[in-house]
Ligand binder design. Structure first.
Ligand code: P1T
Length: 383
């Protein structure tokens, strides 16, 4: 697919050709575990075994790689499996710096699992790039960023941190799940890898769990392909196909998520019974200028501080269109309570330091009619 094509066109066409036998315009679901080999040691087209190669998965990997301005995509069974593969490239004794306000499961994986394998981790507030540089040690191999962060919607300046990483010869990975490639393309800003929970905006329909890593670096890609094969956390063809169907509408979905998110954030900011609204698109967000430089739009993710657990509980149980559920980025609106749900595995003192209080509520604004969403929030907040 020509590089010069624009995002909305790439979303629909990149990585896919009509199927050879029939001309089927949609990539078939290659529901097979293995491939018959015409001759010993000469598998047809290189296809040997479906943990290693699957044409449906490959179409999805090429498609998302193109959307992230990358040359290689490696899909995994979940966002956590994708993050796991990136860390499995390292060895005991290596050091990783990570943004402290990552998804709670990412913190849990680093702190409770990978530490036991001899990796060392330092959590920093990467909205201050100097803190990232100060945390670099001779054995630092990776900087794991997430911007905007889950759930505080804090940003990291990717260009500045990419310069720091280059000076110290350290790789950067950016979890771009919250932004989506429609709004932000970290590889263009100097990151070495982008990782997604494709469960979220990429798939967009809340019917798949998946993950993907995209890179422009041939060596990193080879190592990650080796890990798909050696560790085996790959998605099945159905899930790959559903994600590929999802990305076809990423352009139009994100346009609407951005518009609805902005409307809802402005509405919430205008209420005097909400202590704070965290949304990079609002002029009073501490990094609004960076957000405008680094992102095209600000998504449908918003967090609000309601002051107490009591009020937060009442609101999340009172909304009707916003369903109380984990996850985000689907066409339907969701509401959640990070301290009890997505970030329960983060120690309380760390949550408190970052602002993940008992009164914090997170919204994933879907693509419904925004007036209906505003009416729903109005009745829940008034209750
Ligand atoms: O759920 P999974 O596909 O394994 O992805 C993990 C993950 C990775 N990165 C970010 C930024 C995420 O938000 C997530 C998953 N997050 C949720 C389930 C949530 O509700 O925040």
């Amino acid at each position: 697919m020509a590089k010069s094509q624009r995002f909305g066109t790439l979303a629909i066409h990149a990585g896919q050709e009509p199927e050879e036998t029939t001309g089927a315009i949609m990539p078939p679901i290659f529901q097979t575990s293995t491939y018959v080999q015409p001759k010993l040691g000469e598998p047809k087209g290189g296809y040997e075994y479906a943990r290693v190669q699957n044409p449906t998965r490959e179409a999805m990997e090429r498609n998302i790689a193109a959307l992230e301005s990358g040359t290689h995509g490696m899909a995994f069974a979940s966002g956590m499996a994708a993050i796991g593969a990136i860390v499995q490239r390292l060895s005991a004794g290596d050091h990783v710096i990570y943004e402290e306000n990552v998804y709670g499961g990412t913190h849990r994986f680093f702190d409770k699992v990978m530490r036991r394998f001899g990796l060392d981790f330092t959590a920093v507030d990467s909205s201050d790039a100097q803190r990232v540089e100060d945390a670099i040690r001779p054995n630092t191999k990776l900087i794991h960023l997430e911007t905007p962060t889950n759930p505080m919607m804090k940003l990291s300046d990717l260009r500045v941190i990419a310069d720091i990483a280059a000076r110290h010869d350290v790789h950067i990975v950016v979890d771009n799940t919250f932004a989506s490639p429609y709004n932000q393309r970290p590889l263009e800003l100097g990151a070495h890898m982008v990782v997604h929970s494709s469960t979220k905006y990429l798939n967009g329909h809340s019917d798949v769990v998946g993950g993907i890593v995209v890179t422009n670096d041939d060596d990193i890609a080879e190592e990650l392909r080796f890990l798909q094969k050696a560790a085996g956390a790959v998605p099945g063809p159905w899930d790959a196909w559903l994600v590929l169907r999802g990305t076809k509408t990423l352009d139009v979905r994100m346009e609407r998520h951005n518009a609805n998110g902005a409307r809802v954030a402005e509405y919430l900011a205008g209420r005097d019974d909400i202590d704070r609204v965290f949304y990079p698109g609002l002029a009073d967000h501490p990094q609004h200028a960076l957000a405008k430089r680094q992102m095209k739009g600000f998504t449908g993710m918003i967090s609000i501080e309601l002051g107490s657990l009591d009020r937060a509980r009442r609101v999340v149980q009172k909304t009707r269109l916003f369903s109380l559920a984990e996850s985000l980025g689907g066409v339907e609106s969701l509401i959640g309570h990070p301290a009890i749900m997505t970030h329960a595995s983060v120690p309380k003192e760390m949550r408190d330091r970052m602002g993940i209080s008992d009164g914090l509520v997170r919204l994933s604004v879907g693509i419904e009619d925004v007036e209906d969403l505003l009416e729903d929030l109005e009745q829940a907040l008034r209750s």
